[in-house]
Design a protein. Structure first.
Length: 495
C-alpha cells in the first residue's frame, strides 16, 4: 500500500487510555492542529477491572470529531492507535465483542497465569494471555482481541492482525517472531490466535462507514500501533540507546532503548521491539497518580501541590499502589499499599503520595541498573502527571538526575509519529519522533533536596525488603547506588 505524500500532511494519533480516549492531529514538525478527548467508564471491584468495549468506539467518534473540527486544509496522511498494555477481550468471527474487556490490571487470572508458567511461558498474573484463558473459560471460545485490534477493525471494516507490541503480553515471542507452540494445549483454539505484524505496518484504510461516524476522511491509511507506554516513549523521542521515558499516568511505566534485550529472570522487565528490530526494555508498576484521584476525589491538584511543598520530606512514607499487587520494580502479587507513619494533614498525605511515587520511580531505575540496562542517555517525563511542574521538580530531586519535559506529553503524539513513519513520510521512527517532539523544559535536580530524601528512600527500601517483596540483592544494590550514583550522559538529542 503506497500513499503519495504532500507538503503539509498531518498525522492522527489515537490513544485508548484508562479514563479517556484522546485523539491528536499533528504535522511532521509537531504542530498540533487539533485535539479531542472523551471519557471512559469502567467497573472496579477488588481485583476485577473491566470496561465495555462499545464505549471505546463511542468515545473515539466524539474525540476524533473534536480533533478534526475546523482543521486546516492539511490532509490526514495516516493514523495509528495505541491501547493499554495487557487489556484483552474476545470477539466472534465477525469481530464483534463476545466478552467484556479485562483491563491491564485485572487480577482474576492468577491460576491461569500459574498454569502458563508451568508450561514454560514467562507471563505475569495480569498479562493478557492468562486473562484470555480466563475469558475463554468464562465466555466460550473466541478470537483474542487487544484494544486497538477492535478499533482498527471498526475503522477499516476488516479483521486486522495484531501488532507485536500489544501481542507481547499475550505470549508472543518477539525474538522468534512467532506464537509459542503450546498455546493450543493451554486451551486456546488456533482460530483464537491472531496473526501478528510489526508496529508501523499498514493495516488498511478508513472505510466509508467509519468516516461517517468519526469524521476521519475515508481512505486514510491505518498503521499498526504500539502499547500506550511505547507510544509515550515515541512521543518523548526516547528511541536512541540509553534513553528512557518515564510515563506517569494512572500508573507508572518506564520505557528505554537498547541495542539488545535486557534479560530479567523474574520477568519483571520485558522487552518490546521497535519497528527497526531494536529493543525497548521496560516495566509497568502498579504505583501511580491514580492514588491521588482515589484519595482526593475532586481536589484541585495545583492547589494541593502548592500546599504539599511545605512537607519535604513528608511525615509519612508511602508505597502508593493503585490496586493490590506489584509488577515492577519487583514482582509481589500480595503487595498492598503502604503508609508508614502518620501524615499530619491532607497536604502532608498528598506530599507523601507524590514522594512515594517518585521513590518507586527511583527504585525502578535502580533495578534496571542492577540488570545491566543502559541508563546513560537522557530521561524524559511524559504522561498526565508531567503537567505538574511541582511534581516534575520533586521527581528530579528524588531521582538526582535531570529530566526533559516535552511540550506535548500525550501518547497520541507518539502514534502520530508512528503513522508518519508507517506511511513512508519519515526515513525511520526515531527521525519521525524527533521531528515531532518539542522539549519544553529540562528540570535540574537540586542536590540539597536530593539529600533530604535519602533517609526516607532507604527506609522504604528496607520496609519493602523486610516484607519479602523486594529481593535482598536488589535492595542492597539500591542502597549502594546512593553513595555512588552514575552520572547520566549529556542530552545530545536534537529534538
Amino acid at each position: 500500500m503506497v500513499h503519495e505524500h504532500v507538503e503539509g500532511d498531518a498525522w492522527l494519533g489515537i490513544d485508548l487510555g484508562t479514563q479517556s480516549v484522546r485523539v491528536l492531529l499533528a504535522t511532521g514538525d509537531g504542530t498540533v492542529l487539533g485535539s479531542g478527548s472523551a471519557p471512559l467508564g469502567g467497573r472496579r471491584d477488588g481485583v476485577r477491572h473491566e470496561q465495555d468495549p462499545a464505549e471505546w468506539w463511542d468515545a473515539l467518534c466524539t474525540a476524533s470529531r473534536a480533533a478534526l473540527e475546523g482543521r486546516p486544509k492539511a490532509r490526514v496522511g495516516g493514523l495509528a492507535v495505541c491501547g493499554t498494555s495487557g487489556t484483552v477481550l474476545l470477539t466472534d468471527g465477525a469481530g464483534r465483542p463476545s466478552s467484556p474487556a479485562l483491563m491491564y490490571d485485572d487480577g482474576r487470572a492468577t491460576a491461569h497465569a500459574a498454569r502458563a508458567r508451568t508450561a514454560g511461558l514467562g507471563v505475569q498474573d495480569t498479562w493478557a494471555l492468562p486473562k484470555a484463558l480466563w475469558l475463554t473459560e468464562a465466555y466460550g471460545h473466541g478470537r483474542i482481541t487487544h484494544q486497538p485490534d477492535l478499533i482498527v477493525s471498526l475503522l477499516t471494516g476488516e479483521l486486522p492482525p495484531a501488532d507485536s507490541s500489544h501481542a507481547l503480553k499475550t505470549g508472543y515471542d518477539l525474538e522468534r517472531d512467532a506464537w509459542p507452540a503450546m498455546l493450543p494445549r493451554l486451551g486456546l483454539h488456533e482460530t483464537a490466535i491472531p496473526d501478528v505484524v510489526r508496529p508501523g505496518t499498514p493495516l488498511g484504510e478508513v472505510c466509508a462507514t467509519a468516516a461517517d461516524a468519526t469524521g476521519i476522511p475515508a481512505g486514510t491509511p491505518v498503521i499498526a500501533g504500539m502499547t500506550d507506554g511505547c507510544a509515550a516513549q515515541i512521543a518523548s523521542a526516547s528511541l536512541r540507546p540509553g534513553s528512557w521515558n518515564s510515563v506517569l499516568g494512572t500508573t507508572l511505566v518506564l520505557k528505554g532503548a537498547s541495542t539488545h534485550p535486557v534479560r530479567d529472570p523474574t520477568g519483571v522487565v520485558y522487552n518490546h521491539r521497535a519497528p527497526d528490530g531494536s529493543w525497548l526494555p521496560g516495566g509497568a508498576s502498579s504505583v501511580g497518580a491514580g492514588v491521588l484521584t482515589a484519595a482526593f476525589a475532586g481536589a484541585d491538584p495545583a492547589a494541593m501541590d502548592e500546599r504539599a511543598a511545605a512537607y519535604e520530606p513528608s511525615g509519612a512514607i508511602t508505597y502508593p499502589l493503585v490496586a493490590p499487587g506489584e509488577r515492577f520494580p519487583f514482582l509481589a502479587p500480595d503487595a498492598v499499599a503502604l503508609v508508614l507513619g502518620e501524615p499530619e494533614s491532607d497536604a502532608d498525605l498528598w506530599a507523601a503520595l507524590l514522594q512515594g511515587v517518585a521513590f518507586t520511580e527511583r527504585l525502578c531505575l535502580d533495578y534496571l541498573h542492577h540488570l545491566g540496562a543502559p541508563l546513560d542517555g537522557p530521561l524524559t517525563f511524559t504522561g498526565g502527571a508531567a503537567r505538574s511542574p511541582y511534581w516534575n521538580q520533586l521527581r528530579a530531586d528524588i531521582l538526582g538526575r535531570p529530566a526533559r519535559v516535552p511540550e506535548q506529553t500525550e501518547p497520541a503524539l507518539g502514534m502520530a509519529a508512528l503513522a508518519a513513519y508507517g506511511t513512508g513520510a519519515a526515513p525511520d521512527l526515531a527521525a519521525a519522533a524527533e521531528g515531532m517532539a518539542r522539549i519544553g523544559t529540562t528540570v535540574e535536580p537540586r542536590p540539597d533536596r536530593t539529600a533530604r530524601f535519602t533517609d526516607p528512600y532507604v527506609r522504604l527500601v528496607r520496609e519493602l525488603e523486610e516484607r519479602g517483596w523486594l529481593p535482598t540483592p536488589v535492595a542492597h544494590h539500591a542502597r549502594t547506588r546512593l553513595t555512588c550514583p552514575p552520572s547520566p550522559a549529556p542530552d545530545t538529542t536534537d529534538s
